[in-house]
Design a binder for this molecule. Structure first.
Ligand code: DAH
Length: 393
């Protein structure tokens, strides 16, 4: 029974609950047409575990650490530039490929367009992988300065710092005609280093490094020195002319844009050790945060023991296997009981390659039993064998 329930994770979107269906409306019927060959049964579908996250809006839940941080950043901008930035935090995450890629000059071959990296609902519609998707529509609507916060979706590996849904703040600001590029770059850098000092303290060491984003030029990344290492905290730059043109901005107007990941900042600021905790409803987690207090450190309530299991399989030479598909299945079937997945062995024999992945099962909230993990791991093996182009060993 448990097993059958879990195997329905990838059920067709037509069986998604009415609340989720309302979210996508016109797109859902198209989404029912999935490819049926083995290699694409996982790719090209949005699992239920992801749809369930679409309505969560953690960044809008008061007292949630992501909301506390979001509001601190918004308040900082409001204080520095009174009444300048429009704030948006409820823009729909269901966007078009045109908006997501073409508007932003992302080339046709860019990896973010691949269904191994992005959650497509149908050929032209997807769950936004970054908040920058809203820049061009807002510019077209006449906005000149805005700060956006929302949930973004990416297929990725499973570990303590990656989760398929996370949150970003993205911003853009246009300047009056004729403002020099040097002035705009200075304004961008001083706004962002001001924000970093506000959040991490005036003593924090930081540095600018060259960045590369299709929609900005020049582009920069800000890194802060935290616990003995340089940590990238945001990307930014001058908005490319082509993007401004897509937004119907006149040719003598320039502007900057930046984007940052809220979880990464929150994990550092609040000392939250595992990204899955943001999704926890455990009051031992949620009750530790207070409005307006972004300096509070999280006190882990317990470290529950882990259970490790390996899974090995063969893939053929021409295989369409992609590691992200495997991570996606593990994440979806295990409902947050997996802390990490890592490849521990890979070797080639004749025309085939053997891969071995180690899965660390650990709940954030309770001790796991060997019986339940054996059952879960068996369902995982079964599901992998059925849906991926692999042969279990
Ligand atoms: N969208 C980028 C990402 O998700 C981050 C980013 C970089 C946003 C530069 C921006 C920008 O607005 O100007 O990785």
């Amino acid at each position: 029974m448990v097993c059958r329930l879990r195997l329905s994770t990838y059920m067709r979107l037509s069986t998604v609950t009415p609340a989720f269906r309302r979210l996508g409306r016109q797109t859902f019927s198209k989404a029912n047409v999935f490819h049926s060959d083995r290699s694409t049964t996982v790719r090209g579908r949005v699992p239920l575990s992801i749809w369930e996250k679409v309505t969560a809006q953690l960044h809008n839940q008061s007292l949630h650490p992501l909301n506390i941080l979001r509001r601190e950043i918004e308040a900082h901008f409001e204080k520095t530039y009174p009444s300048l930035f429009e704030l948006h935090s409820s823009l729909s995450p269901i966007v078009t490929t045109e908006q997501c890629f073409d508007h932003l000059l992302i080339p046709p071959s860019h990896t973010s367009r691949s269904p191994t990296d992005t959650y497509y609902i149908d050929k032209h519609t997807l769950l936004r992988p970054h908040m920058t998707v809203h820049d061009v529509p807002l510019l077209r609507g006449g906005s000149e300065a805005f700060l956006l916060c929302g949930d973004v979706y990416r297929r990725d590996s499973v570990d303590r710092t990656h989760y398929p849904v996370f949150h970003q703040i993205d911003a853009a600001r246009l300047f009056p005609c004729g403002t020099s590029q040097e002035y705009i770059v200075d304004d961008l850098k001083s706004s962002l280093s001001g924000l970093a000092h506000h959040l991490f303290g005036p003593e924090t060491r930081m540095r600018w490094v060259e960045g590369s984003f299709p929609f900005t030029s020049p582009s920069f990344e800000l890194e802060i020195f935290w616990r003995d290492e340089w940590l990238e905290v945001l990307g930014c730059g001058l908005i490319r002319r082509g993007v401004l043109q897509n937004g119907n901005v006149s040719n003598d107007v320039n502007g900057w844009a930046f984007g940052l990941g809220l979880e990464r900042l929150a994990m550092v600021l609040f000392e939250i050790p595992d990204i899955r905790l943001f999704w926890s409803r455990d009051t031992r987690f949620l009750d530790q945060f207070k409005d307006g207090d972004f300096q509070r450190k999280f006190k882990p309530f317990s470290a529950y023991p882990s259970i490790e299991k390996d899974i090995s399989f063969w893939i053929g030479e021409e295989s369409t296997f992609h590691e992200n598909d495997f991570h996606e299945i593990v994440r979806s079937l295990s409902e947050d009981l997996v802390e990490s997945v890592s490849m521990v062995d890979r070797y080639k024999r004749a025309e085939r390659t053997s891969l071995c992945f180690r899965i660390i099962y650990r709940s954030m909230e309770r001790s796991l039993t060997h019986v339940e993990i054996n059952e879960l791991h068996d369902s995982l093996r079964e599901f992998v064998a059925e849906t991926l182009p692999v042969t279990l060993r």
